[in-house]
Design a protein around this ligand. Structure first.
Ligand SMILES: NC(=O)c1ccc[n+]([C@@H]2O[C@H](COP(=O)([O-])OP(=O)(O)OC[C@H]3O[C@@H](n4cnc5c(N)ncnc54)[C@H](O)[C@@H]3O)[C@@H](O)[C@H]2O)c1
Length: 376
């Protein structure tokens, strides 16, 4: 039997369906990836491409959106021709600028129409950019916290507005993706009817999962990466709010990854120089953490940090060493909803009450129909 998350009356962790902390030292079963339809934004490069490669090997159908069309098309060609890819597997690339609502609507429509089940199981909001300009030479298109043209001798002309393009991609783009995911995921049928001829992967209960990509910059400040830090903190805000409602309201699991610096095309040269000699996170660690969250259908409302792999010594009593292992993935930020204040408690209690009433209305309507002749 599993112990309750908290006995505290102010804990709503169970009420919102938040699962228990993830034990990252335990193995997980990747077989549930087979047959899942997964949409990935920013999937042409870095983490998104690595997820796609790994999940395609395990039989997932993938719909990849990105602005880097060449990398996206090349990735799809590579995955389609891989020996492990089945002929029936759907692997699609489509141009999608996440800051464009019509682009995102079209990407989701392509996912629904090309999926063998005409529905989605999971969405990864992976597209992201970072400030690449040199803080020592600010330009009108870069560096939020160093307004362009600070020279007092010129004049008092106000600077041009900051471009805020990082917020547009990393925040508005992710909000668009999440909103569309909350619209489409609940439309999948969670309990397909098995028939003797249906493959096992299509008779499992369906999953509904949103995987968000925050960062170490969602937990700590990165100087001169003001927009990036703001956007990644905002993704944590999005995750923390949604984990209180998405499961209860829509049966949608929401989880988030917060990787430390990893050597992908995202990392600016200045960052690489500053981090010289420092152990970085690894793409493999991010894929491991993302895959765990993707396959473990019981994991809801959890955040995993991914850092450089470190040696962990498991000890017995009295300083005895029982085993050693490498670990790069850690559970973080677990306490939300385990002790909330009055507004959140009352809001969630009312939401639950309304859902209960809605359920009873359904029962009464059905009974009325049975008694007075209306048939569904
Ligand atoms: N690499 C790191 O150190 C690191 C650490 C923590 C979090 N992250 C986050 O992980 C995510 C993936 O980053 P990555 O390291 O794989 O970088 P990446 O540059 O390899 O991948 C990001 C992808 O997003 C795409 N993209 C950019 N703007 C887009 C837009 N407007 N519309 C659609 N796609 C767009 C890019 O073309 C690229 O393919 C990002 O959200 C990033 O902030 C990265």
């Amino acid at each position: 039997m599993v112990a309750p998350l908290r006995n505290d009356p102010w804990s709503v962790a169970d009420m919102v369906g938040m699962s228990h902390p993830v034990d990252c030292s335990k193995p997980y079963d990747t077989s549930t990836l087979a047959g899942k339809t997964i949409l990935i934004t920013g999937g042409a490069s870095g983490f998104g491409a690595a997820f796609a490669r790994h999940w395609a090997q395990h039989g997932a159908h993938l719909i990849i959106g990105d602005v880097n069309d060449r990398a996206g098309e090349e990735l799809v060609a590579e995955l389609r021709s891989a020996p492990s890819t089945a002929a029936s597997q759907v692997i699609v690339y489509q141009h999608c600028d996440v800051t464009s609502w019509p682009d995102q609507v079209a990407l989701f429509q392509t996912a629904i129409s090309s999926s063998p089940t005409h529905s989605l199981d999971a969405v990864v909001a992976g597209a992201g950019i970072i400030e690449k300009g040199n803080p020592l030479t600010p330009s009108p298109t870069s560096t939020f916290d160093l307004p362009y043209n600070l020279d007092p001798s010129t004049n008092n002309t106000p600077p041009p507005p900051p471009p805020l393009h990082i917020l547009a991609v990393n925040l508005t783009g992710v909000m668009y993706t999440t909103h569309l995911a909350l619209y489409h995921l609940p439309r999948n049928n969670p309990n397909p009817n098995p028939t003797p001829s249906t493959p096992q992967s299509s008779t499992r209960p369906r999953d509904r999962h949103i995987l968000l990509l925050s960062s170490i910059a969602g937990l700590t400040p990165l100087p001169h990466q003001t927009e990036y830090t703001t956007s990644k903190h905002a993704i944590m805000g999005l995750f923390r709010a949604l984990r209180g409602t998405a499961w209860q309201a829509h049966g949608v699991r929401v989880n988030v990854l917060a990787p430390y610096f990893v050597d992908t095309p995202l990392l600016p040269v200045a960052g690489r120089v500053l981090l010289a000699g420092v152990p970085l996170g690894e793409v493999g660690g991010v894929v491991d953490a993302g895959t765990r969250l993707m396959v473990e259908g019981g994991v809801r409302g959890r955040a995993l940090g991914v850092g450089p792999g470190v040696r962990v010594v498991d000890g017995g009593g009295g300083g005895r060493v029982e085993g050693e292992r490498r670990q790069a993935v850690w559970e973080i930020y677990g306490h939300d909803y385990e002790r909330v204040e009055t507004f959140v408690w009352r809001y969630l209690a009312v939401m639950n009450l309304m859902r209960g009433i809605k359920g009873w209305v359904g029962v009464v309507t059905d009974m009325w129909g049975i008694c007075f002749g209306r048939r569904r």
